[in-house]
Design a protein around this ligand. Structure first.
Ligand code: CP
Ligand code: NVA
Length: 307
């Protein structure tokens, strides 16, 4: 059974193959369309949290392959509340051909994979966001050729998006730096794993407090919301701690002149990123969002065992 749960589950060569396939699928789509490789297949999409990009890009990816997608809202499923995760997994396995799940608790996506007899894709958990990591790597690769030796600097909360970005950088030999305030560090197990990946790929890892030091010589500046979904009750405290970590024109001017600015979106303009940067010449925000579609097409073909 092929699942897509974490960047850390894949070798550098497998990740690069997925990225190369995403490039081909994007080109094919732009030249007229993808072939009906998933005809008759339906992807069940379980959402415990809101989504624009993940929901629409998976739905459209399935349609482009002549497949279909079924949106299952938090109210309908009540994952782990109305019904156990194990039961949901086993029931849905008899109805649809694959699952994509966006959950609060990472253990729930692992449980779905454990109990289902169909492929499961992680569409974000409190721990990681591997589909985002793939689209991010695709975006960086499009701009700079490949990730090896590039300086990728994440500024802000050591969150789910940062974990997947760190792992794909470490796997593919980019130098990953994060500047985060004390108390908002990356998950320590994820860091230990990243150190192992980096020792194989030759990438470097740096964990800093100062955003200015972090962006020095950066090819990529990456930021994300200060308050992730599920942490809303902490937002007042976070809004006091994070302002020095805002990605604004001054900070961007301290990176390399050709640097790109990335954000997984949704953006909180005026908080982690200014309008000037989000809409400015360094911004890669919208190509990055669009690359979710192409990266996920490669992920879908992988889990469905096509090619
Ligand atoms: N970046 C991302 O996952 O966006 P959505 O929450 O809108 O899916
Ligand atoms: N870190 C954010 C990412 C949203 C796509 C969150 O989890 O809310």
């Amino acid at each position: 059974m092929k699942h897509f749960l974490a960047i850390s589950d894949f070798s550098p060569a497998e990740l690069q193959n997925l990225l190369d396939r995403a490039v081909r699928l994007k080109d094919e789509r732009q030249k007229g369309g993808n072939p009906p490789l998933l005809k008759g297949k339906v992807l069940g999409m379980i959402f415990q949290k809101p989504s624009l990009r993940t929901r629409v890009s998976f739905d459209m990816a399935m349609r482009h392959f002549d497949g279909d997608a079924l949106y299952l809202s938090p109210q309908e499923i009540g994952l782990g509340k109305r019904e156990s995760v194990a039961d949901v997994a086993r029931v849905l396995s008899g109805y649809v051909d694959g699952l994509m799940a966006r959950v609060f608790d990472h253990a729930h996506v692992l449980d779905l994979a454990k109990w289902s007899s169909i492929p499961v894709i992680n569409g974000l958990s409190d721990y990681n966001h591997p589909c985002q990591g793939m689209a991010d790597a695709l975006t960086i690769q499009e701009k700079f050729g490949n990730l090896k030796g590039l300086n990728v600097s994440f500024v802000g909360d050591g969150n789910n998006v940062a974990v997947s970005l760190m792992h794909i950088c470490a796997k593919l030999g980019a130098n990953f730096t994060i500047a985060s305030p004390e108390g908002y560090d990356l998950n320590s197990k994820a860091v230990e794993a990243a150190k192992e990946f980096a020792s194989t790929s030759g990438g470097k890892l740096s964990f800093l407090r100062d955003p200015h030091s972090a962006v020095k010589d950066a090819h990529v500046i990456y930021t994300d919301t200060w308050t992730s979904m599920g942490q809303e009750e902490e937002s007042a405290r976070r809004e006091k701690v994070f302002p020095p970590y805002q990605v604004n024109a001054q900070l961007v001017s301290e990176a390399r002149p050709e640097a790109i600015v990335m954000h997984c979106l949704p953006a909180h303009r005026g908080q982690e990123i200014t309008d000037e940067v989000a809409d400015g010449p360094h911004s890669a925000l919208f190509p990055q969002a669009h690359n979710r579609l192409h990266a996920q097409k490669a992920i879908l073909l992988h889990v469905f065992g096509i090619g």
